[in-house]
Each structure stands twice: as structure tokens, then as C-alpha cells.
Design a protein around this ligand. Structure first.
Ligand code: PGA
Ligand code: ZN
Length: 436
């Protein structure tokens, strides 16, 4: 206990990849070990997410976080000092009780998630271990299959197309490093195709190309052509994944495709996705329908579950309870795991546990507003979650995470396993001895 006794908790304002303020928490332990973590921020947030605390008012467009920082330095510090950082669940329970609201809005989910993750980092540091090893023990040896954005749309690209992400996965790669290498070839081929068409205008929030394209389908077709141009075979080596993020443009069973000037009902939306699945090498679709349309999710999943992975993000918001319901009712086949959607590391681990028990796959995910923090990569390896999604292959807040995974793969040496193709199937085997 003494080695991981918390002696100081500090909060500070730092900056995220959209130039907005965010919260960093720093936990110091009795023998000097220090852990830090930075809260990320979403743009296409689910309605059921834990709520971040922002100051409002005219400064910094209301995005300042002085209240959340003060909560860490005051209420949270007083409650945590003296606790053992090694007892993550006790620390998280205390954060949840201290906040006392179902949405974590009093202290702020940004203050809470930064503190929770910093606690884990500090405990790992006190044991001289990287976080993935501290969480997963000797069983943690699987590198996740990365899902990497090539085109960014939706709320991450001013609504230029309705689809939020056109991504690639590399089910045929033999290692994490090879998956990044293949993806880099595809990313640059996509850039070259856009440049040749006079449509290369820059990148969206997560580093994927900003879509100066005439339709949603044109973005998918472009990525399919880029895979071909890179000399890779689809879908066995490299395949396409979509995050439709349909809650951003759909509600009450109406889906307004603003970039194409038409509105579809649930059935027509499913037909549109079906036509893309038939014509492009698509192996995974996230949020095909809106968060208020679980029946649509269920119909879509019943029809396509044997062909593609179907991921719930806004619908499930990393809530163990919702994940159990999704498994029971057949809403999707995999769960996106974003620690700041729920607020603590223990609750994120509980959502993953619920997914495994329900036979669902899992993907640890970053947010569109990110930082150099790489904690989520350690969570994927440490908790045995077989997929990872952190945006594109460009921009430092994204590459920080991909590069950290490369370091972990190298540190594991011959013991490293790559989740590969099997990650896309439901109910993948997870580590035997995760700490949470
Ligand atoms: P967000 O988007 O971080 O803006 O919510 C990421 C996602 O939808 O997966
Ligand atoms: Zn999503």
C-alpha cells in the first residue's frame, strides 16, 4: 500500500488538438511515482454520455475548464489523498460517490476521467511497469487491429459529407507495424488521387482528408480506388470500415443527408448501406443508424451480422448496462469503448467485460478532440481489447498513439501477437488475468 499511497493530486489546464482547453490530472504517490492523463473531447457525442464540465461564458467560446481543474485541485484531491492508487476500483468508486450525479456533471466527467486514468498511470509507474503490463500482467501480449481514418466527414469536417469516417482496416497484416505500413500506402494513394482531381484541400479534425467530394458514396469509392492504387488486395489484405455516426444527421426515424439534399427513413437508410456493402469491400460499420433507433440497429444487424461487424457507439456510450441490453436484443456485434463517455477506467473495463460476456467484440476509441496522451493504447493491450481506433495516420495527437503501439509491439518481441482478422469476429478471446 505505502508504495502507491496517493500524496498529491494536481489538475491543470492544457490544450487539445482543436486548440480548446482541456484537463490534465497528475497523481503523485508516496515514493515519488507520478501518473498523468489528459481528458479528450468528442464532437459527435452520444446523448447518454457522461457530461464534461465547461465554464461557459464569452471567453474561449465557453470551452474553458477552470471549474473542472478547480474540482481536481480541491474536492477530488481531498478525497483521494491517502487512498492506494493500486486499488483502481476504490479510487473510481470514490470519484463516482463524490460526484453523486448520474451524468458526472457536478465535478465534470473531464475532471473524473483524467483523474481515474492518471491514477492507473501512477500505480503502474510505482511498480516500474508500463500501464499495459500493469493492467494485463503477463497475459497482455495482443496488439489490436487498428481502424484508421482515410477521409473525415460529418461534424469533423463541417458537414461536407454526412458520413463521419471512411476508414481502413488491415485484416491480412501479420503485425501492427505492417498494418500501419499498408495503411500509410493507402493514405498517400488517397491523397494522390485527390490531388490529381484538384480536390486536395487539407485534413479534417482527426487527420483524414477533408472531403471535397460530391457525395457520400464518392468518399467510399475513393478509398476503394486508393487501396487498389497502393497495390493491395481488398478485402483480404486491406478493407473498408465506416463510422456513419448517424445520430449526427438522423432522429425520429428520419435521416437527413444534407450533402446530398435528401431525407431517408430507417428502411431506406438500411437499403443505402446495403447497396454500399454489396459494391465495396466493407467489413465494419459503426453507428449505421441513430442512437434513438435501436429497432433500426436490430433490423440492420439481423440482416448483416454474418457479413460485417456492426459497432455501437452513441447507442451504447460505454455503459455496461446498455452493452448487456445490446447483446440481449441483437442491436450490434461490437462495442466502441471510450473512457470519457462513462467517466472512469473501472466502468470502461466493466463495459468491456459485459461485451465479452454477451459475445460482442470491442474497439477502444479516441475522441475527435485529442492530445498527446497515449493511455488508451495501454488500455487496449492491457485489457485485451482486440481493436483500436484513434483517427487517421496524420497529426501528432493521432501518431502519438499509433507510435506507442509500435513501441509496445517491439517491447513484447517474439511474445507479441497481432489480433488481425480474428478481431473482427464477435466474442474474441481476451486475456485471462486482467487486473480490472
Ligand atoms: P467524436 O467522434 O469523438 O467526435 O464523438 C468519434 C466517433 O464518433 O467515433
Ligand atoms: Zn462513432
Amino acid at each position: 500500500m505505502s508504495r502507491t499511497r496517493i500524496v498529491a493530486v494536481r489538475g491543470r489546464r492544457v490544450w487539445d488538438s482543436r486548440g480548446r482547453p482541456t484537463v490534465e490530472a497528475e497523481i503523485e504517490l508516496a515514493r515519488g511515482a507520478i501518473g498523468r492523463a489528459i481528458a479528450p473531447a468528442g464532437a459527435s457525442t452520444g446523448r447518454g454520455e457522461a457530461l464534461e464540465r465547461r465554464d461557459g461564458g464569452p471567453r474561449l467560446c465557453g470551452f474553458d475548464v477552470q471549474g473542472a481543474v478547480a474540482a481536481i485541485n480541491g474536492t477530488i484531491a481531498r478525497a483521494l489523498i491517502g487512498l492506494a492508487a493500486a486499488d483502481q476500483e476504490a479510487v473510481d468508486r470514490s470519484l463516482i460517490a463524490l460526484d453523486g450525479t448520474p451524468t458526472k456533471s457536478r465535478l465534470g466527467a473531464n475532471a473524473i476521467v483524467a483523474t481515474s486514468l492518471a491514477t492507473a498511470q501512477a500505480a503502474a509507474a510505482a511498480h516500474g511497469l508500463p500501464l499495459w503490463r500493469w493492467l494485463g500482467g503477463a497475459a497482455a501480449c495482443t496488439l489490436p487491429l487498428p481502424e484508421i481514418q482515410i477521409i473525415g466527414g460529418g461534424k469533423h469536417a463541417a458537414g461536407r459529407i454526412d458520413l463521419q469516417d471512411v476508414l481502413v482496416v488491415c485484416p491480412g497484416a501479420q503485425s501492427f507495424a505492417q498494418a500501419l505500413l499498408w495503411t500509410a500506402e493507402v493514405y498517400h494513394a488517397a491523397g494522390a488521387l485527390l490531388a490529381e482531381a484538384g480536390r486536395l484541400k487539407g485534413v479534417a479534425d482527426e487527420g483524414g482528408f477533408f472531403p471535397e467530394l460530391e457525395s457520400n458514396e464518392a468518399a467510399i469509392a475513393l478509398v476503394a480506388r486508393a487501396i487498389e492504387r497502393a497495390g493491395l488486395r481488398a478485402p483480404d489484405q486491406v478493407a473498408i470500415a465506416l463510422d456513419v455516426a448517424a445520430s449526427s444527421f438522423g432522429c425520429n426515424g428520419r435521416y437527413h443527408l444534407a450533402s446530398e439534399g435528401r431525407t431517408l427513413d430507417t428502411e431506406a437508410m438500411i437499403e443505402l448501406l446495403s447497396s454500399w456493402i454489396a459494391r465495396y469491400p466493407i467489413v465494419s460499420i459503426e453507428d449505421p443508424l441513430a442512437e434513438d433507433d435501436p429497432e433500426g440497429f436490430r433490423a440492420f444487424t439481423a440482416r448483416f451480422r454474418s457479413r460485417i461487424q456492426i459497432i455501437g457507439d452513441d447507442l451504447l456510450v460505454t455503459s455496461a448496462e446498455r452493452v448487456r441490453r445490446a447483446a440481449r436484443e441483437g442491436w450490434c456485434t461490437a462495442v466502441l469503448l471510450k473512457p470519457n463517455q462513462v467517466g472512469t477506467l473501472s466502468e470502461t473495463a466493466a463495459a468491456w467485460q459485459a461485451a465479452r460476456e454477451g459475445g460482442l467484440g470491442g474497439i477502444v476509441s479516441a475522441r475527435s478532440g485529442e492530445s498527446e496522451d497515449t493511455t488508451i493504447v495501454h488500455l487496449a493491450v492491457g485489457l485485451g481489447v482486440p481493436q483500436l481506433k484513434v483517427g487517421s495516420l496524420a497529426r501528432g495527437e493521432r501518431t502519438a498513439k499509433w507510435n506507442e503501439a509500435l513501441r509496445i509491439e517491439e517491447a513484447l518481441g517474439p511474445r507479441a501477437r497481432f489480433a488481425g482478422r480474428a478481431a473482427l469476429r464477435s466474442a474474441p478471446g481476451a486475456n485471462g488475468q486482467v487486473r480490472l
